[in-house]
Design a protein around this ligand. Structure first.
Ligand code: ATP
Ligand code: MG
Length: 269
């Protein structure tokens, strides 16, 4: 084992307001979450809606402060309050969220969106950056003619390619994909998965692939962390999960996914 990331006994509690009564309650979104991610692997995080997957991603990215426990990246603790350290970590851990139109700057053109992290994290000159941007567009399968477009002038799949180009621009070591293909139609899901897979294998990038869709995880990952109601229900291989689901609800989800794997869009991949 050569872990790039260690999640240790992580707990995250949110205050949720009960608006009608003007009261607050505590909701434990994550509890006792512990697992490791090996350098260069593609690890799936699976769980149904509300299981705590995005909360976990936010804790890993330093966007949310754990209530207790910790996340270590290459042995160093990630702390949302330490902005200097977070800046370095942001270069090394990048993320692709579900809906790129929400987080890609609507006032920037596609070329500028990909160039921005190069300006922030590298010392190169303009001409060098232009070459890098062209290379990144090519890598994600976007024609250079898209460089002048705004995100709203691009399709969902094209926007997600743009988000991938931006995410890999600073040369991250770890890429987190949180439902990165969930809002796309099936053929586009497969195209983007294939792109992510080739970037993963060609660049030796470590990938955490978060999804509520086991068929997508199976396509991408060998090892899975199953989250259920904020707790780790299983860490292991896809085969173990299918053979011995940890609880009846996960078994239902596994059976549902198996149906798609046999008959559906990922059957012959
Ligand atoms: N900022 C917040 N304040 C209060 N509660 C929150 C907050 N963010 C998430 N939660 C709650 O924490 C729980 C876990 O949410 P989270 O977004 O991590 O789930 P998820 O597994 O990503 O779900 P989905 O598959 O729908 O994206 C949910 O019950 C959610 O309502
Ligand atoms: Mg989520």
């Amino acid at each position: 084992m050569n872990p790039i990331l260690s999640v240790l006994d992580l707990e995250k509690t949110y205050r949720q307001s009960l608006a009608a009564r003007g009261e607050e309650k505590l909701h434990r979104a994550l509890s006792g979450v512990t697992f490791e991610v090996d350098r260069g692997e593609s690890l799936g995080i699976f769980g149904e809606s509300g299981a705590g997957k995005t909360t976990l991603a936010r804790c890993i990215l330093g966007l949310a402060e754990p209530s207790s426990g910790k996340v270590l990246f290459k042995g160093e603790k990630i702390e949302s309050r330490n902005k200097m350290k977070l800046r370095d970590i942001r270069k090394s851990i990048q993320v692709i969220w579900q809906d790129p139109l929400i987080y890609l700057n609507p006032y920037m053109r596609a070329g500028e969106i990909v160039e921005e992290p190069l300006i922030n994290y590298q010392n190169g000159n303009r001409a060098g950056r232009r070459g890098q941007v062209n290379g990144l567009f090519e890598m994600v399968g976007l024609s250079r003619s898209f460089k002048g477009r705004y995100p709203h002038e691009m399709s969902g799949g094209q926007c997600q390619r743009l988000a991938i180009a931006r995410a890999i621009a600073p040369g991250p070591e770890l890429l987190i994909c949180d439902e990165a293909v969930s809002s796309l139609d099936s053929p586009m899901q497969i195209q983007i998965l294939q792109l992510l897979k080739s970037i993963h294998s060609e660049n030796g990038l470590t990938v955490i692939f978060i999804s509520h869709d086991l068929a997508l995880i199976r396509y991408f990952c060998n090892r899975i962390v199953v989250l259920h109601e904020g707790k780790v229900a299983r860490v292991g291989s896809m085969d173990e999960l299918i053979a011995h689901p940890p609880n009846p609800r996960i078994e239902e989800l596994v059976l549902y996914a198996q149906h798609f794997m046999k008959n559906g869009r990922l059957a012959h991949q």
